[in-house]
Design a protein around this ligand. Structure first.
Ligand SMILES: C[S@@+](CC[C@H](N)C(=O)[O-])C[C@H]1O[C@@H](n2cnc3c(N)ncnc32)[C@H](O)[C@@H]1O
Length: 348
C-alpha cells in the first residue's frame, strides 16, 4: 500500500525487472512492467510486486498507463528502450533497423506527453546522447514544462563490480532536478562472486540451477587452462591460437577469450556473457566461463533473484539476453534515490 506522497511508477521495456527492483529498493511503488518478451513475466512478477503486461509499447494508449497509476498523486514513467540500435558499432551497419527501433523512443515520448507523469526517467547507451531522436525527446519534455537533466553514469561510481557506462535521463514537472555525481567504494569481482560454490564447465550447482556454466570444447578447455586473469590469448601456446588471431596484429581481438581478474571490475555484461570466446568472460580461477548466476550478480541482482520457474529448463541464449540487457539493480536504486530526494526537496 503506498502513501499519498510515494512515487507510483510504470516501467516500460521492463525486461526481467532490474530497473524496477532498484526503484523499489529506493522506495518507489512500481505497479506495472510492460515488455513484449513473454520470458520477462516470471522474473518481473516473482521478484517484484508489479504486474506484467506483455505488449508492444508502440501500441499502448495513455489510458493503459493511467489505469496502472490509479489515483496516485506522484507518478513516474520509466522507459529503457532497447539499446543495441544506439551503440556505436551499429551506426552504419543497421540503419534500417535503427529507424524502426528509434521509433520506440518516439513512442515512449508521445506516451509521456499524453500521460504527463510527475517524473520521467530513461537509460540507454552513451552514444544516444548524440542522436537527433534524443535531442527531440529532451526538447519535447522541456516544451511540455519538464525540468530535465542527463548524465553518463559510470557503473563503478555507484558500486557496480563491472565496467558499464550508461546515459541516464531524469525529468521532473516539480522543479529543477540534478543527477548528482557520487563515488562509492569500488566493488570487485571477488567481492561479488567469490562466495559461490565451485562448478565445472558445462555443469550446474545442485541447489541453484542458474549457477550453471556453458560447456567448453576440448580446445577451449585447454585455452582457458593457459589463460591468465586479465591476460589474453597471447598467453597461450602457439598451437592453441586460432588462425584468425595468429594472422591478426592483435589490435582487434585481445579482449576475447580472457579471464576476469579477482580484484578488478568485470567487463560489461553483454547478451553473450556466458561464453568464454565472447569477451573476457572466463572465471578468474575456475576453468570455465562465468555462470548465468555470476553474470546476474555482476549486474547487481540479488543472489536469489529468480529468473525461471523452478524445474524449468535454463536456456543460455534466452537468459544471457535477459541478464545482459538488464538495467543493473544498483542503477535503478541510484535513479530512485535521486527522484525520492527531489520529491522531498519539493515539500512532499
Ligand atoms: C534494455 S532492455 C530493458 C531492461 C529493463 N528495463 C531492466 O531494467 O532490466 C529492453 C527491453 O525492451 C523490450 N522491447 C523491445 N521492443 C519492445 C516493444 N516494442 N515493446 C515492448 N518492449 C520491447 C525487450 O524485450 C527488452 O526486454
Amino acid at each position: 500500500m503506498s502513501s499519498e506522497s510515494q512515487i507510483v511508477a510504470v516501467d516500460m521495456f521492463c525486461g526481467v525487472g532490474g530497473l524496477t527492483h532498484g526503484l523499489t529498493k529506493a522506495g518507489i511503488d512500481v505497479r506495472l512492467g510492460v515488455d513484449l518478451d513473454p520470458a520477462c513475466r516470471f522474473p518481473m512478477e516473482q521478484n517484484n510486486s508489479a504486474k506484467f503486461l506483455e505488449a508492444d509499447v508502440s501500441e499502448l494508449c495513455a489510458s493503459d498507463i493511467l489505469a496502472a497509476f490509479g489515483d496516485a498523486k506522484v507518478t513516474l514513467m520509466a522507459g529503457c528502450a532497447p539499446c543495441q540500435p544506439f551503440s556505436s558499432y551499429s551506426q552504419s551497419a543497421r540503419r534500417e533497423k535503427q529507424h524502426a527501433d528509434w521509433g520506440l523512443l518516439a513512442s515512449f515520448s508521445s506516451l509521456v506527453l499524453s500521460v504527463r507523469p510527475t517524473f520521467v526517467t530513461m537509460e540507454n547507451v552513451p552514444p544516444l546522447r548524440k542522436q537527433e531522436i534524443f535531442e527531440q525527446f529532451v526538447a519535447a519534455l522541456k516544451e511540455a514544462g519538464y525540468h530535465v537533466d542527463f548524465e553518463v553514469v559510470d557503473g563503478r561510481d555507484i558500486g557496480l563490480p563491472q565496467r558499464r557506462q550508461r546515459l541516464v535521463l531524469v525529468a521532473s514537472i516539480l522543479g529543477p532536478i540534478k543527477l548528482p555525481k557520487i563515488s562509492k567504494p569500488k566493488v570487485t569481482v571477488r567481492d561479488t562472486i567469490a562466495g559461490l560454490p565451485p562448478i565445472a564447465a558445462g555443469k550446474a550447482d545442485a541447489t541453484d540451477p542458474l549457477h550453471v556454466s556453458a560447456s567448453l570444447s576440448a580446445t577451449n578447455l585447454k585455452r582457458i587452462r593457459h589463460s591468465k586473469p586479465g591476460g589474453t590469448w597471447r598467453d597461450w601456446p602457439r598451437d592453441l591460437v586460432a588462425p584468425c588471431h595468429a594472422r591478426d596484429t592483435g589490435s582487434t581481438y585481445p579482449s576475447v577469450y580472457g579471464r576476469m581478474e579477482w580484484d578488478g571490475p568485470a567487463p560489461t555484461m553483454t547478451t553473450q556473457c556466458y561464453g568464454f570466446g565472447n569477451g573476457r568472460f572466463g572465471h578468474p580461477a575456475q576453468d570455465r566461463a562465468i555462470s548465468l548466476r555470476e553474470a546476474a550478480m555482476l549486474q547487481s541482482f540479488p543472489r536469489d533473484y529468480a529468473f525461471v520457474p523452478r524445474g524449468k529448463p535454463i536456456n543460455f541464449n534466452t537468459l544471457g539476453r535477459l541478464i545482459g540487457n538488464a538495467v543493473p539493480v544498483l542503477l535503478g536504486e541510484y535513479i530512485g534515490g535521486v527522484l525520492t530526494e527531489h520529491l522531498k526537496a519539493h515539500g512532499h
